[in-house]
Design a protein around this ligand. Structure first.
Ligand SMILES: [Zn+2]
Length: 409
């Protein structure tokens, strides 16, 4: 019989289906059939051998232009950001900005490729990647990330965020540079409103970023309330602006660490606004001592997912684009240790993360794009325990040849 499929994954254990193994037939980049046995053969076959097969991993938050810059820094920024009360988070960002004085696409791209190869190895097929845009970084980070987006297309999909890390009101020229970054081809308009000096400036920052998003018809990502100050209100501001502009479902909040300190009635108000705005939040509890109130947000049915945030930069010394490792760390830091908690965490680095990034047709179901990992373990518990690289990665219906990727870029 002629080949009906381009690729077949044999004897896959799916989540929530313990004891039953299936074959997955893939054709034209899509999942075409899931059945106990597919009788035909395919030119490429992957033997899962009863191990877990799931959607591939999705990283909703990574400062990709800064990866592996830790060695270029002294450790003061790290100390200030991680101070127990996060009171010096703004100082930390100012210290970390020093590295950008030597920003140049030519060395940034080498670091970016290294982090992207790690993503390939760990089955992370989609990343929302932030590139600093300000008077020091200029457009060097954006250029490097756009180049990487083209190099890794179809293997690891990058959404490049033009990110006004040092503000748009307090930072001279940032507004124009952000506009240029969007013209260059950035996919998302990114801000950090809480970094501004006054409430009026915070509101202006939010407006500027939404203006850009509207002008270029792009989604919005903003780092909000990322310091140990319970009075920060930029998350609320962002949610309200999302609703006012009709940008519902197109904006994503990141960090929101001050939420841990919000008075509960205020937290409830913000959670209601987030739902109305269909705005998710990305938490990364391993990169700071405070974190968003993940459990309570989940209880309120707000979209929550996890991000890697940093890889060896001024804010965090580790990181490998390994989203199982991120989920493993979150498991401890959020005390989400029951079987059902672990399933939730797994969703937060796969399907929920894809939803947060607006990725269409993502899921392990017939008709969806075949973005899959074949793990070395048989259950979510074991996968989190070992957080090892998958035995095989399938991106857009094609088996990813790890060595080929390493040789090309
Ligand atoms: Zn971040």
């Amino acid at each position: 019989m002629a080949n009906q499929y381009d690729l077949i994954v044999r004897q896959a254990q799916l989540r929530g289906n313990a004891g039953t193994l299936v074959d997955i037939g893939i054709l034209g980049g899509k999942i075409a059939e899931i059945a106990e046995t597919i009788p035909t053969s395919a030119p490429v076959e992957v033997q899962a051998g009863g191990k877990l097969v799931t959607e591939s991993f999705v990283n909703t938050h990574l400062h990709l232009c800064k990866v592996y810059t830790l060695q270029m820094m002294d450790e003061q920024a790290l100390k200030d950001y991680h101070g127990a009360d996060m009171g010096k988070a703004m100082t930390a960002i100012e210290l970390a900005a020093r590295v950008k004085e030597s920003y140049d696409e030519s060395w940034i791209i080498e670091n970016v490729r290294r982090a992207m190869r790690e993503a390939v190895r760990f089955g992370c097929t989609h990343i929302r990647a932030f590139a600093d845009v300000d008077s020091k970084a200029r457009l060097e980070g954006v250029k490097a990330l756009i180049r990487a987006r083209e190099e890794f297309k179809g293997v690891v999909d990058l959404q490049v965020v033009a990110f006004a890390q040092d503000g748009v009101v307090r930072e001279p020229g940032a507004k124009d540079l952000m506009h240029q970054a969007m013209e260059l081809g950035a996919d998302v308009a990114g801000g950090i409103p809480w970094i501004e000096y006054t409430d009026a400036d915070i509101a202006e920052h939010v407006r500027v970023i939404f203006d850009l998003a509207q002008e270029f018809d792009k989604d919005v990502s903003m780092l909000v309330d990322d310091a140990g100050d319970p009075g920060l209100r930029s998350l609320e501001n962002m949610a309200v602006e999302t609703i006012k502009r009709g940008w519902t479902g197109r904006s994503l909040a990141h960090h929101a660490r001050a939420m841990a300190l919000y008075p509960t009635p205020y937290f409830q108000k913000v959670a209601a606004l987030m739902k109305k705005a269909q705005m998710g939040v990305v938490s990364d509890p391993h990169t700071g001592p405070l974190h968003a109130r993940v459990r309570e947000l989940l209880a309120e049915n707000v979209l929550v997912c996890l991000g890697q945030d940093d890889i060896s930069d001024a804010y965090y010394p580790f990181g490998r684009n390994n989203m199982l490792e991120v989920a493993f760390l979150a498991c401890h830091l959020l005390w989400m240790t029951t079987a059902s908690d672990m399933e939730t965490l797994y969703d937060m680095v796969t399907v929920k993360a894809a939803q947060a990034m607006g990725i269409k047709d993502f899921g392990l179901k017939v008709g969806a794009t075949a973005n899959l990992v074949v793990l070395k373990e048989s259950s979510v518990l074991e996968a989190l325990r070992s957080h090892e690289a998958p035995q095989a990665v399938i991106s857009h219906g094609k088996l990813v040849e790890q060595q080929a990727i390493a040789a090309v870029v």
